[in-house]
Ligand binder design. Structure first.
Ligand code: RB5
Length: 150
């Protein structure tokens, strides 16, 4: 798969660990995040990764900031993005099976590197269940997006 990754300055070290993992799994990686020592406001990589996924230039996105929350909020403003901030492997599995999440966000100040690797591995290897009730609910989310402001 093609994976897009982005991070702010709170997450440089964890980003390197996650990039190594993703590459070792055989995926292609596009890094639009902060370089080591560079200060970047989290909405910037959040939007960049989201746009790559929404355009189909990446299959899934991985975001890392201090908590995972700010960067996921930014990504969710891009149409077609279902991003979730996750701190455990069960949620990483369920956001794929039930929500068909296309972006995951993790907090470098919240989650240790071993757990972060398990979370990302789970996210990247779990397919959407395709069950009708889950698709119907995802379609309802898309309808909210379509009708926003009307
Ligand atoms: C940056 O200090 C921090 O606010 C950011 O990484 C993130 O935690 C925001 O949600």
């Amino acid at each position: 798969m093609k994976i897009a990754i982005g991070n702010d300055h709170a997450a440089g070290e964890l980003k390197d660990v996650i990039m190594e993992l993703i590459l070792s799994m055989g995926h292609e990686l596009t890094d639009v995040g902060a370089a080591a020592g560079e200060a970047v406001d989290y909405p910037i990589p959040g939007e960049k990764v989201a746009r790559l996924v929404a355009a189909g230039d990446a299959d899934l996105g991985v975001l890392i900031c201090g908590t995972g929350v700010g960067i996921s909020l930014a990504a969710n403003k891009v149409k077609g993005i279902r991003a979730a901030a996750v701190s455990d492997t069960a949620t990483a599995r369920l956001i794929r099976e039930h929500n068909n999440a296309n972006v995951i966000a993790i907090g470098a100040r919240i989650v240790g590197s071993e757990l972060a690797k398990d979370i990302i591995k789970t996210f990247l290897t779990t397919p959407f269940s395709g069950e009708e009730r889950h698709q119907r609910r995802i379609d309802m989310i898309s309808a909210v997006e379509e009708n926003f402001g009307k």
